[in-house]
Design a binder for this molecule. Structure first.
Ligand code: PAZ
Length: 354
């Protein structure tokens, strides 16, 4: 993390990164595009799949959070983060997952908070969280940040980490004490879609003061409820060979733009692994969903460079070698740029009398 000292290597933990992509054999996602979801697709999907049982609890938490910030005219960002899973069984032993650790979302949420936004953090449960990300999901054990007090009776933060941890702690406490951050988890793609729709509808009361920052890696394929077995698939039932036949997940971004949050500013991300198709895919998404901004990124370089694709053209944001050496978060550049565009968006809406 920026400026933080490197904790000592723990003998208990491996220094190998198993989640780093193999750039030679990374999956090529230049698969055919599916059309944007229609109102009928929406109706079918939400009618044929059961809503998560906890949704009403989330609904009241979100409504309360939004009203609280609406009263003081605070802007609200919905940040989605982490990957969705696709269960292969109802009592889920096996599921399909993706690589996303939630770094983009958790880091971006911190910068939105720093700029005075309230944040609803719709995230994959157990992925990275704002503030705690500085000390979780690393190859270091959290105990490496601690030390025994001189009399051996208490635990203290190691002197080396005091300064940096105090800064993070103050920001975390500020967000907590001022009710600025609402955590909403998901695991499966169904939970994500039901919750996204619900939050979008709750957020409609704040109109253009809302921004959607869709950094989650949402599954493109799923197994419909009608075809999910209740119990763990037995190898004898499938003749010893498991063939998985998935359906495309309806492209609900279009429904978000047209119907769930028609006045809010919407920023989506587009991930590719092949740099020759990144910009054209981002541009196709912008046209297809008709929203304000697509941020393109490559799996291999996503922490160092991204491309903003808008109706006006493309613009790269790249960390320079010095910034890379100093571990600057690219989100510290992305988020303020987006906030400028959000302000311009609000002004344009006001001028149009909306
Ligand atoms: O979560 P992370 O920091 O490891 O990765 C972020 C990301 C690449 C998932 C995000 O920047 C992104 O591109 N999300 C959209 C992915 C897509 O559905 O195309």
């Amino acid at each position: 993390e920026p400026g933080s000292p490197v904790p000592p290597t723990s003998p208990l933990l491996s220094r190998v990164h198993t989640s780093a992509p193999d750039t030679e054999s990374a999956i090529d996602r230049s698969i055919p595009e599916f059309p944007a979801a229609t109102p009928i697709d929406e109706d079918n999907y939400f009618r044929l799949h059961r809503p998560p049982p906890y949704l009403s609890q989330i609904s009241s938490d979100v409504a309360e959070f939004i009203n609280f910030h609406h009263r003081v005219n605070r802007k609200v960002a919905l940040v989605t983060s982490g990957g969705t899973t696709v269960p292969l069984e109802n009592n889920t032993v096996r599921f399909i997952d993706n690589f996303s650790a939630g770094t983009r979302g958790a880091t971006s949420a911190e910068y939105f908070l720093e700029k005075g936004y309230a944040v609803i953090f719709l995230h994959r449960e157990f992925s990275m969280l704002p503030y705690s990300r500085h000390y979780s999901h690393t190859t270091n054990c959290f105990l490496d940040y601690l030390t025994e007090s001189p009399d051996g009776k208490k635990v203290e933060v190691d002197e080396k980490f005091q300064k940096e941890m105090l800064v993070v702690l103050k920001k975390y406490r500020y967000a907590q004490e001022n009710n600025l951050l609402l955590m909403v988890p998901f695991t499966t793609v169904h939970q994500y879609l039901f919750t996204l729709k619900l939050i979008a509808q709750e957020m409609s009361v704040i109109g253009y003061d809302a921004i959607f920052y869709l950094a989650a890696a949402v599954s493109d394929f799923f197994l419909p409820s009608s075809r999910i077995p209740q119990h763990k698939i037995q190898s004898k039932e499938v003749g010893g060979k498991l063939v998985v036949d998935l359906e495309p997940v309806p492209k609900f971004l279009r429904r978000l733009v047209d119907s769930w949050a028609p006045i809010a500013m919407i920023v989506s991300f587009k991930l590719e692994t092949d740099n020759t198709i990144l910009i054209s895919k981002a541009r196709t998404a912008l046209k297809r969903y008709n929203h304000q901004l697509v941020i393109g990124n490559l799996l291999q370089t996503r922490k160092k460079q991204v491309v903003f694709v808008t109706a006006e053209g493309e613009r790269w944001i790249k960390l320079d070698p010095e910034q890379i050496k100093e571990n600057v978060d690219i989100e510290s550049i992305i988020v303020p740029e987006i906030i400028n565009s959000h302000n311009a968006w609000i002004e344009s809406r006001k001028r149009m009398g909306l």
